[in-house]
Design a protein around this ligand. Structure first.
Ligand SMILES: [Cu+2]
Length: 149
């Protein structure tokens, strides 16, 4: 056997093991899309954040915690009960495989309270830490904007 032939067999073997590893990989795959925070008016003590949390993996995952150094953060859901909008604090939110959790007005949203004034200026970014049961901790930077873009 000449060396060139041996080398190509080795390369093929490496390629095959790499491909089989890829297809064997499973679990949740969490991604954050289009996240932003509404710039609060000067006197505001709270504001909201919107975006999409996607799970492109083949296993469900659960959001167990979200936090930031700049404010107290919670995942809320707005629900209408007897004509009144009411915000419910969501805990242990499951994100099914190949699905997404959409955060938008009058629905799910990030609620920011006890804002640090210095940090919540237009153009600034707030660092958030999301903790998932399987995917672990994921750090996301959210821009502050005055309106939808
Ligand atoms: Cu809220």
């Amino acid at each position: 056997m000449n060396n060139g032939f041996k080398n190509s067999i080795v390369i093929l073997l490496i390629l095959f093991s790499w491909i089989s590893n890829l297809s064997a990989e499973s679990g949740p795959d969490i991604q954050f899309e289009n996240f932003w925070i509404v710039q609060p008016p000067n006197v505001a003590r709270s504001t909201a954040g919107y975006g999409i949390i996607k799970n492109t993996g083949d296993e469900a995952d659960t959001l167990i915690r979200v936090c930031s150094e700049a404010a107290e953060v919670m995942l809320h859901q707005t629900k209408i009960e007897s004509g009144m909008a009411k915000m419910v604090h969501m805990t242990n939110t499951v994100i099914e495989p190949n699905s997404e959790l959409v955060l938008e007005p009058m629905s799910f949203h990030l609620m920011f309270m006890g804002l640090s004034d210095v940090m919540f200026e237009e153009g600034a970014e707030i660092t958030l830490l999301f903790e998932f049961e399987k995917s672990g901790e994921i750090e996301v930077k959210l821009p502050i904007r005055s309106s939808w873009q």
